[in-house]
Design a protein. Structure first.
Length: 254
């Protein structure tokens, strides 16, 4: 537990502003480098990202080598096996996608906690080096964020926030935009409904004493979300930023 990443998780649970970077590339070298820039956490995308379990493991090790940010994994599904595997690999927490109701939120809680409060299988192959070492310590040390990104999830956000063990709710803006009727992410035709949905999730989280988390495309939008009241914001992503930097340099030279 004597590691800055443990402090990051503790502070996030206390509602302090926590800023992270989103990685979709299976690139331990670049994630180690980004981890040294000062972000509070690096989130590895195991759902839409370009990495499997071996990539998640290698990238978590690279992030830990920076001796600073927490390595967090968005798992591919609300599945006890993949959640447990990510935590066993050393993730300090998980972001669980497509949580639609309190029962599904409870299932995610169960997967992140050992028997007594949950159903996580004991076998901390790598996490035992840092997270824990006892099951009770591990339960307290990891963070669980469930994603609100469907119409059903939005309808049930208050009851989801009420589930004991859910540390916070995380907005996936692209899917939430589709959920409120958009034809594509950031559809201006549903901007009013989307903004109302964001405010509803934020209010539900605050009312329940949960973390309000959201995905953002850049630092400027992240700052706006923090000013709005969100305390856990991700800036995404390495692949899109790499492409944008390449385009900007090409435009400058031509």
């Amino acid at each position: 537990m004597n590691h800055p990443a443990a402090d990051v998780i503790a502070q996030a649970k206390q509602g302090k502003v926590t800023v992270g970077y989103w990685s979709v590339l299976d690139s331990p070298i670049s994630n180690e480098r980004v981890a040294m820039t000062g972000y509070d956490y690096i989130a590895l995308d195991g759902q839409h990202g370009l990495m499997g379990y071996s990539g998640i493991l290698a990238n978590l090790m690279a992030i830990d080598a920076a001796h600073g940010p927490a390595g967090i994994v968005r798992v591919e599904a609300n599945n006890a096996a993949v959640i447990g595997q990510a935590l066993d690999a050393g993730a300090r927490g998980v972001i669980v996608p497509l949580v639609n109701n309190s029962a599904e939120a409870e299932a995610a809680v169960q997967a992140t906690r050992y028997p007594g409060t949950g159903m996580r299988s004991y076998g901390p192959m790598r996490s035992g080096l840092r997270v824990g070492p006892t099951p009770a310590d591990s339960d307290r040390s990891v963070i669980l964020l469930v994603m609100i990104e469907t119409a059903e999830g939005l309808d049930n956000v208050e009851s989801i926030c009420a589930v004991e063990g859910v540390d916070g709710v995380y907005i996936g803006p692209s899917d939430l935009s589709l959920a409120v009727g958009g034809n594509r992410p950031n559809d201006p035709d549903v901007a009013e409904d989307f903004n109302a949905a964001v405010k509803r999730v934020l209010h539900a989280a605050k009312a329940a004493g949960r973390i309000a988390a959201i995905h953002t495309p850049n630092g400027a939008v992240a700052r706006q979300r923090i000013e709005q009241g969100f305390t856990f914001v991700s800036i995404a992503s390495d692949l899109t930023h790499l492409e944008q930097a390449a385009r900007d340099h090409l435009a400058a030279v031509r």
